[in-house]
Design a protein around this ligand. Structure first.
Ligand code: MTE
Length: 354
C-alpha cells in the first residue's frame, strides 16, 4: 500500500525579483503560519548582511545614542506577541476599477508569534529628547526607485505614541526560532494592529526625529488616494481594516448536496472580532458562524465555521461579514483608492451544488 502523500503547497508568485509571493488561502489552516507558507513582500532584492558583526544604532533626538550588539538586545526583558501581518495590498485584485500595484489575491496575510524587546525599552534607555515626534526605522535593503530616479533604502516612520506602545517590538524570533532570513533576520520591527508595511525587516538603524519623515515609502506609497484624477485628500495607511476570508469551499468549487462546513478566518486592527455572519443567498439573509472559542483576544485572527445543510442543487454565492468590538463591520463595497490599499468588502465565493 502506498503511503498517502502529504500536501506540499507552494506560494503563488507575482514577481521573483524582488520576490513577491502569496499563500494560497486554503493552506492557511494553522494559527501560526509556517515559514514555507509565509507570504513574501519585498520592494528590493534581498540585502546582504553580515550577521556575526551585527550592530544596531539608535540615534537622533536622544540624550544618549546607542550602538547595540545582538547580545545587548537579548539581555533585555522580552515580549512575545501573536499578530496578524497583512499587506495593505492584500485582495487588491478585487478592486473595481482596477488599481496599480501587485495584483494580490487573498493570501498576502500571515499570523505567528514574534518575540523581541519592546522598542519602548530601547527608546527609554537612549533617552527620548524634547520635541521627539516620530521614530524612523531603516531597513538594509535598497534599490532604485524609478519614479524618483534615486536609490533608497526601505525606511518607514512611526508616530512616537505608536513607537512607545508596549507591544511594538524589535523582534528576533518567529515561532520560537530565529526570524527566517526572508522575513527580516536578525531584527525586524513588529507593529501589531497596523498593516505590515510598518513592520520593517532587516533593521539597519533607528532614529528619533522631531519633524515629519518624508521618505517615499511614507509619503508617496502607503497613502490612500481617494480620487482617480488627482492626489488631493490623501491620508496615510495605518491600522488594519476589519476583514474576513472564506477558505472552504473554494471559489468556483463544485460540491455535492449534504452537510458542509464553511470555514474561514476574520481579523481586525483595532479591537477584537465579536461576530462573523454567513449568507448563502448572496447577502439577503445572514446567520452567525461559530467563532473558535478563546481566540478573539490580542492581535490574531479568529477561525470560524458554519454548518451548511444543502439539499437543493444549483449555484450559490456564499458571503462572510465580520464585526469587531468597535462596531466596525465589513462594508458591501470597498473604499476605492488609487493605489488599491485596505480592501475589506464582504468576502464571497461562488459554488455549484450538484
Ligand atoms: N521591510 C523591508 N526592509 N523591506 C520591504 O520591502 N516590505 C514591507 C514590510 N517590511 C518591506 C519591509 C511590506 S509592504 C510588507 S507587506 C511586509 O514587510 C511583508 O513582510 P514579509 O515579506 O515578511 O511577508
Amino acid at each position: 500500500m502506498t503511503k498517502p502523500q502529504k500536501v506540499r503547497p507552494y506560494l503563488t508568485t507575482h514577481s521573483l525579483l524582488p520576490e513577491n509571493q502569496e499563500t494560497p488561502i486554503q493552506f492557511i489552516n494553522n494559527d501560526s503560519v509556517e515559514n514555507q507558507l509565509f507570504f513574501r513582500r519585498n520592494h528590493f532584492t534581498y540585502p546582504t548582511l553580515s550577521y556575526s558583526n551585527y550592530w544596531l544604532p539608535i540615534n537622533g533626538v536622544v540624550s544618549a545614542p546607542l550602538l547595540l550588539s545582538m547580545q545587548d538586545i537579548l539581555q533585555y526583558p522580552s515580549k512575545t506577541v501573536e499578530v496578524v501581518l497583512e499587506c495593505s495590498g492584500d485582495k487588491r485584485n478585487l478592486f473595481e476599477p482596477k488599481t496599480f500595484g501587485e495584483q494580490w489575491e487573498k493570501g498576502a496575510i500571515s499570523q505567528g508569534k514574534w518575540k523581541g524587546v519592546p522598542l519602548r525599552t530601547l527608546l527609554e534607555i537612549s533617552g527620548i529628547g524634547e520635541g521627539a515626534k516620530e521614530v524612523v526605522v531603516e531597513g538594509y535593503d535598497y534599490g532604485l526607485r524609478t519614479d524618483l530616479d534615486e536609490v533608497y533604502t526601505y525606511t518607514r516612520s512611526l508616530p512616537i505614541e505608536k513607537a512607545l506602545h508596549q507591544d511594538t517590538i524589535i523582534a528576533y524570533e518567529y515561532n520560537n526560532q530565529p526570524i527566517p532570513f526572508k522575513h527580516g533576520y536578525p531584527l525586524r520591527l513588529i507593529v501589531p494592529q497596523w498593516y505590515a508595511m510598518a513592520s520593517v525587516k532587516w533593521i539597519k538603524q533607528i532614529s528619533v526625529i522631531n519633524t515629519p519623515f518624508t521618505g517615499p515609502f511614507q509619503t508617496i506609497d502607503y497613502m490612500y488616494y481617494p480620487n482617480k484624477d488627482n492626489d488631493q485628500n490623501a491620508f496615510p495607511v495605518t491600522a488594519i481594516n476589519i476583514n474576513s476570508t472564506i477558505q472552504k469551499p473554494l471559489d468556483m468549487e463544485k460540491i455535492n448536496t449534504g452537510v458542509h462546513l464553511i470555514k474561514g478566518i476574520a481579523w481586525t486592527g483595532k479591537g477584537v472580532i465579536t461576530k462573523v455572519e454567513i449568507s448563502i443567498d448572496d447577502g439577503y439573509t445572514w446567520s452567525n458562524a461559530d467563532i473558535l472559542p478563546g481566540k478573539n483576544v490580542g492581535y490574531g485572527w479568529v477561525s470560524w465555521s458554519f454548518e451548511w445543510n444543502i439539499s437543493e442543487k444549483g449555484e450559490y454565492t456564499i458571503k462572510s461579514r465580520a464585526t469587531d468590538s468597535f462596531g466596525q463591520i465589513q462594508p458591501n463595497l470597498p473604499f476605492w483608492n488609487k493605489k488599491g490599499y485596505g480592501y475589506n468588502a464582504i468576502d464571497k465565493v461562488k459554488v455549484k451544488v450538484e
